[in-house]
Design a protein. Sequence first.
Length: 324
Amino acid sequence: MNSLLSRSIAAFALGAVVMLGHAQSLSKQTAKWIVPYPAGGGTDVVARLLAGPMGTALGQTMIIENKPGAGTMIGGETIARARPDGLTIGTVDTSTVALAQHLYPKMGYDPAKDFTYIGGTTRFPFVLVVHPSLPVNNLQELIAMARSKPGQLRYATPGLGGPNHLGMELFQRKANISLLHVPYKGDAPALQDLLGGQIDMYLVNTAASLPHIKSGKLRPIALSMARRSAVLPDVPTFAEAGVADFESYSWQGLVAPAGMPKEIVVRLNAELNKALALPEVIKKLSELGIEPSPTTPEEFTMHVRAQSALWEDVIRKAGIKLNE
């Protein structure tokens, strides 16, 4: 009995030492935060906004490393191939872990196996905007016009297979309409043509469209979230405007390589959620039209799985496939 008790105490002590070692290993070291987009964009701004307070709390120097390209897959692969020691973490979004595996024939990582999901960070709400010359003032008028001109009204996206594109595919199914898709290479050229009247509508993130809405150069029709936006309080949701069960937005979260010790995951999640709750962080995100979206690791993992299943169905029914 004494021998058994001694072994139990020794095992417990060893476990405690391992846990303490993992916790201490996070401090006084340089950590990398991989961002799958170029510097200066919304994703980069959010990462830098959170890395500061998180690094301070963890006693780390946290460096942002931008790895754009291949629809966020370069950044995703960089994270997946790193050591799961808490010194490499990174941002993933809808495209990285819920869309890419259903769109591309080959990938350098498996979203279901190669990541440790730490927690949600933010949501980028989408708003459907139209050029003011389009004679519609609400969603039902837009749907009626689309039904009277099947395949003629043009909608922009910042690229094939992204959340904006798939959101519009789902909207067409829900509303029983047919629109003409005009893909661009990014938000800037899409917005430029919409502002110029070459395009009729765009399901775009509120941060990019807000200045043009405020100036009257674009007309907001509906917000594709479950609730209204604080920055666009007078714009109804799609559900309020008569299209039920429709949500489409870009979301992001923090991940690490697969196999990260649970105690490190718990610590990182706690510091992430503390950073997201800081008044200065909430204020800055609100100014950008971005919503904080804190979760537990388990909640974020379930969210990724649910979103993957939803968009896999949309992609399959729309017949969308992309090459690398």
